[in-house]
Write a protein that binds this ligand. Structure first.
Ligand SMILES: [Zn+2]
Length: 192
């Protein structure tokens, strides 16, 4: 899948929405990104996961993703790679491996998450799995919106790099300046 095909799937499935949005931070943006929108469609999700898996030539033994955002995509990537797939989750605020999930010495691990923003959740996964004698093969995300501001000593691959600009409401926001009404994320726009 090339970037254009990925973008088409993202637009069709409402992952990438354009408009005038108020983010949970209170800032305004002309784009809204919600990867769960495509992951609710297993067939499309599997195509994306396959494309992402294909970016890693190295042999992978295990895929691991952080709950909840990384679970669905990890599973799809694990299916594409035909590997075991596990997830980390929080207990009392701390990221951990539960449910008897284990990593075996020497295993090559691929970390998968839906979106890379600050790299915080990926770092938490690295901290958890580094307690095992494993090798990290890389980091795979559907969308990289980090603006190359994230640095890990492993290959980072994504299907799409997106720059989501945010603005303070009103004076700073070009959409407020144009008096454009606020859109509710998730509501599909009737464009034709
Ligand atoms: Zn605005």
């Amino acid at each position: 899948m090339n970037q254009k095909e990925v973008l088409e799937v993202f637009k069709e499935t409402n992952v990438l929405q354009e408009g005038h949005f108020k983010l949970s931070s209170g800032l305004h943006s002309d784009r809204y990104l919600q990867c769960a929108q495509v992951l609710q469609h297993p067939v499309e999700a599997q195509k994306l996961a396959k494309a992402l898996a294909d970016k890693f030539e190295e042999e992978i033994d295990v895929v691991v993703g952080p709950a909840l955002g990384g679970v669905t995509l990890s599973y799809a990537v694990g299916l594409a790679l035909e590997t075991r797939t596990i997830f980390t989750e929080r207990k009392n605020g701390e990221m951990t491996l539960r449910r008897g999930f284990q990593l075996n010495p020497g295993e090559k691990v691929l970390i998968v998450d839906d979106v890379l923003t600050t790299g915080g959740s990926v770092q938490e996964v690295i901290d958890v799995i580094s307690e095992f004698d494993i090798e990290i093969a890389g980091i795979a995300t559907l969308v990289d919106r980090s603006g190359n501001g994230v640095d890990f000593p492993y290959p980072i691959k994504s299907l799409l790099e997106v720059d989501v600009k945010t603005y303070q409401p009103e004076e700073e926001c070009p959409l407020c300046q144009k008096d454009i009404g606020i859109d509710k994320p998730g509501s599909k726009k009737e464009t034709d």
